[in-house]
Design a protein around this ligand. Structure first.
Ligand SMILES: Cc1ncc(COP(=O)(O)O)c(C=O)c1O
Length: 390
């Protein structure tokens, strides 16, 4: 007999995964080229050359003990390289602030385990990456969903203020955002910090930043470390280096965090007792050697522009994303129903309901240019079906 909770979770499953599986089924039936799969955020760009050469040099010149146990926070040399990369002219981060983790998912679980007591509340700003709910519930926390402003998807200070209770332990932010692509400006971060600090107790700001480097139109993401006091960054190299299967990321605690000493110890302990023990050894070393590298961001920007033109050309209203690799589009009808109808056109998209934001759908544009170009006819068919274009 499995647990009641897991029985329920198995039944509900993930809408994104379901779409992804439907994509695999349709590709089998109609051929790869005839299915337009925008369902999952699995980067299709290869990792940068620096990653390959770091990996080759580690394999060619193995060091004794390189496959052994290590401190649960990770290699000091890797944490030092990461700490340097996170530091800014205004904020110096030391290696003791860093814990290497199994992706951003591992970082978030270690952080939530460190801060939550049963029944503590965590504010989520919808639309958000749905796994947050699972991560919070893993540690007996209670997700509290607060909608952002329509179409801009920026945090609404009044709504956040009214959601704060004596049990609020943390708020999760994610900029650039999955699924909306919204990037928070320095002013937005400053305002959020003031609001959080005005509460009568400590509220941790957990900033999930796997898309930090994927920003377009010549912009950069403001460093959250410079603006938010009680900040814990969760990061992963899954997107910036196209390494999702290697499961490598980190948590970084701001030196200005009120609970820095205890929290940094707690996160390392949580990393150990959650069962990952430490982040993968080989990829810590790869990261250390290639920390300055990043994937071909202009390539994603080109695809964003192509898909945006196709979708809006078919009459849909879309928020042009500042970052990440998702387009969040207004659904012309019920989003669940719309996405089902899209699948009939072999167009795989994810309903906004999967991100607690019904009325929209998400397209992941980490798909090939061929897929993007090929999808135009299907978008026009859907646009016509809903009276959005001729
Ligand atoms: C917003 C967000 N956070 C966290 C993750 C998980 O990242 P990782 O696979 O590196 O753990 C993802 C993955 O798509 C994501 O989109």
């Amino acid at each position: 007999m499995i647990s009641k909770k897991m029985s329920v979770n198995i039944q509900s499953g993930s809408l994104i995964r379901k779409m992804f599986e439907e994509g695999a089924r349709l590709k089998e039936l109609f051929g790869e080229d005839n299915v337009y799969d925008f369902s999952i955020g699995n980067p299709d760009l290869e990792p940068p050359e620096e990653v390959r050469s770091a990996l080759c040099s580690l394999v060619d010149s193995p060091k004794p003990g390189m496959h052994g146990y290590m401190p649960n926070s990770g290699y000091l040399s890797t944490r030092t390289a990461v700490a340097r990369s996170v530091s800014t002219p205004l904020t110096t981060v030391g290696p003791d602030a860093i814990c290497m983790t199994v992706g951003a998912a591992g970082a978030m679980n270690a952080v939530l385990k460190s801060v939550l007591d049963p029944g503590d509340e965590v504010i989520l700003l919808a639309p958000f990456f749905m796994e947050y709910v699972n991560y919070i519930e893993n540690h007996c926390g209670v997700p509290v969903i607060v909608q952002t402003d329509p179409d801009t998807f920026l945090p609404n200070p009044d709504r956040i203020r009214s959601a704060i209770t004596a049990r609020t332990k943390a708020i999760i932010i994610n900029s650039p955002n999955n699924p909306s692509g919204t990037l928070y400006s320095a002013d937005t971060l400053r305002e959020l910090n003031d609001l959080i600090l005005s509460a009568d107790h400590l509220i941790h700001v957990i900033s999930d930043e796997p898309y930090r480097e994927l920003v377009y139109d010549g912009r950069t993401a403001p460093a959250t470390m410079d603006y938010i006091q009680n900040l814990i960054v969760c990061y992963s190299f899954s997107k910036s280096l196209s390494l999702p299967g290697e499961r490598i990321g980190y948590s970084a605690i701001s030196p200005s965090h009120e609970d820095f000493e205890l929290l940094s110890k707690a996160v390392v302990l949580a990393n150990r007792i959650l069962g990952s023990v430490n982040a993968p050894a080989l990829f810590q070393k790869v990261i250390e050697l290639s920390i300055q590298a990043k994937v071909d961001v202009p390539n994603y920007e080109k695809r964003r522009n192509m898909l945006y033109e196709i979708v809006t050309g078919a009459g849909f209203t879309a928020h042009k994303p500042d970052g990440a690799f998702y387009l969040f589009v207004r659904s012309p009808g019920d989003d669940m129903e719309f996405c089902k109808r899209c699948a009939d056109e072999r167009l795989l998209v994810v309903p906004g309901s999967a991100f607690s934001c019904p009325g929209y759908f998400r397209l992941a544009f980490c798909a090939s240019e061929k897929t993007i170009i090929g999808s135009e006819k299907a978008f026009r068919t859907m646009g016509k079906a809903y009276g959005l274009c001729d």
